[in-house]
Design a protein around this ligand. Structure first.
Ligand SMILES: *Cc1c(COP(=O)(O)O)cnc(C)c1O
Length: 404
């Protein structure tokens, strides 16, 4: 039996790593897939659809407004553009040429990461503060509030914050300093769901804009995300993403989200036009968000725990002397249980890299989190597995490790 990918000539894989972009994310729930399918059969006014999205996103996040984007990365790009231009159509039309505009984003050096290119794509310069001593294991500080204060000036469009459980200084402190200095805080919370409480948390802590990924654990379309926060900034972000081929007189933007009176003209195709979000993505993300918000963390964890225990049980049942499997209930505060595999024994050393190679070179290919392969430690996540993947993974480990 073949699937759509195989018919196209692209082999599918078993994804025991998690919703990684390079593996196509996860497995979409029926309710979300059905809503997307239904959306394909109609046309709709896109600004009105984003205004409807805004009501739903505001409700679940506690923010003033929100829009669906084509990913958290797109949300960061649009959010940066919004912080630079505000509701000034002339400035929107000039991006990424920032001559005469605010052109700096202050970022804590220890929070620099590969995704912050989305900010630079708008043309801004990242002004780094602090020294990531904590990451080096040699110190106790990353960046001080005083260093952030020092770096913020006339050219500062925003302060960027990567929301990770270990992030310091705390978002509440950074946000209150930012507001004292009159600049917004843009938060990257792409991978911070679950826990459910994080939907509201960063807004409650003072963030002006928060970007979440829709294609990770909330189970939306892989190419989706959401951006929520201050209404004027969300509107500025949306205006730089939409197709706005209207004359000013004929233009009728949804008043709940966009204040037409505050704009001196209709912006041209904006810097975010390349982040177009289709109606199917919007409907899919909103459905996923509602499904996600409906389920308690405990129920979600229990669902994954069951799958993780089945997988760990089958792996342990291989009774290979070179394999020990155990479920770790909550390795990172997200509540997503994982299976930790310890390869090798005192008598027989097993190189994790060889096992990874074996997993990848079989059919179907199996991807797991390499974690610390040299020490024989691999991590398997239940989050993107199909039911029949579980026995298939155990069987492959049995073949590779030569167990019965
Ligand atoms: C995944 C991720 C992103 C990108 O999210 P997409 O929805 O794939 O665009 C950005 N920042 C961080 C920290 C991430 O983990």
């Amino acid at each position: 039996m073949t699937n759509v990918f195989e018919r196209l000539g692209a082999a599918t894989l078993i994804n025991a790593y998690g919703p990684m972009t390079r593996f196509g994310g996860g497995i979409m729930g029926e309710e979300v897939a059905a809503a997307m399918r239904e959306a394909t059969q109609y046309c709709v006014d896109m600004p009105a659809l984003q205004a409807a999205a805004s009501r739903i996103i505001a409700d679940v996040t506690g923010a003033e407004a929100g829009i669906v984007t084509s990913g958290a990365s797109a949300g960061l790009l649009l959010g940066t553009a919004a912080c630079v231009t505000g509701l000034d159509a002339a400035k929107m039309n000039r991006l990424p040429d920032l001559t005469g505009m605010k052109n700096e984003i202050v970022v804590m050096r220890g929070q620099r990461n590969s995704y912050d290119r989305a900010l630079r794509a708008v043309g801004v310069t990242l002004v780094e503060v602090g020294v990531s001593d904590r990451a080096n294991g040699t110190g106790i500080r990353d960046a001080d509030l005083s260093e952030i204060r020092e770096a913020v000036g006339e050219r500062t469009a925003a302060i960027f914050y990567l929301a990770k459980p270990q992030a310091l200084p705390r978002l509440t402190e950074v946000a209150s300093l930012a507001h004292e200095l009159g600049v917004p805080v843009l938060v990257d919370a792409a991978a911070e769901l679950p826990p459910l409480a994080n939907l509201k948390r960063f807004i409650a802590e003072g963030a002006d804009l928060v970007a979440f990924s829709g294609g990770k654990m909330i189970g939306g379309p892989q190419g989706s995300g959401l951006l929520c926060g201050r209404r004027d900034l969300v509107a500025a972000a949306l205006l730089q993403q939409l197709d706005l081929d209207y004359t000013y007189d004929e233009w009728n933007p949804p008043p709940a989200l966009i204040d037409k009176q505050r704009l001196q003209g209709v912006p041209r195709h904006g810097v975010g036009r390349s982040c177009k979000t289709g109606k199917e993505q919007i409907v899919g993300l909103l459905t996923a968000l509602q499904v996600f918000a409906r389920e308690s963390d405990r129920d979600r964890e229990a669902r994954w725990q069951t799958l993780a225990e089945r997988l760990a049980g089958l792996l342990q049942g291989l009774s290979s002397p070179s394999l020990a499997a155990r479920v770790i209930a909550d390795p990172d505060g997200s509540g997503i249980p994982v299976v930790e595999l310890r390869l090798g024994s005192a008598r027989r050393h097993v190189n994790g890299r060889e096992v990874l190679h074996g997993l990848r070179s079989g059919s179907p290919r199996i991807e797991v989190n390499p974690w610390r392969p040299e020490e024989g430690l691999l991590i398997l996540s239940p989050a993107c597995l199909r039911e029949d993947d579980v026995p298939a993974i155990a069987k492959r480990f049995g073949e590779i490790l030569g167990a019965s």
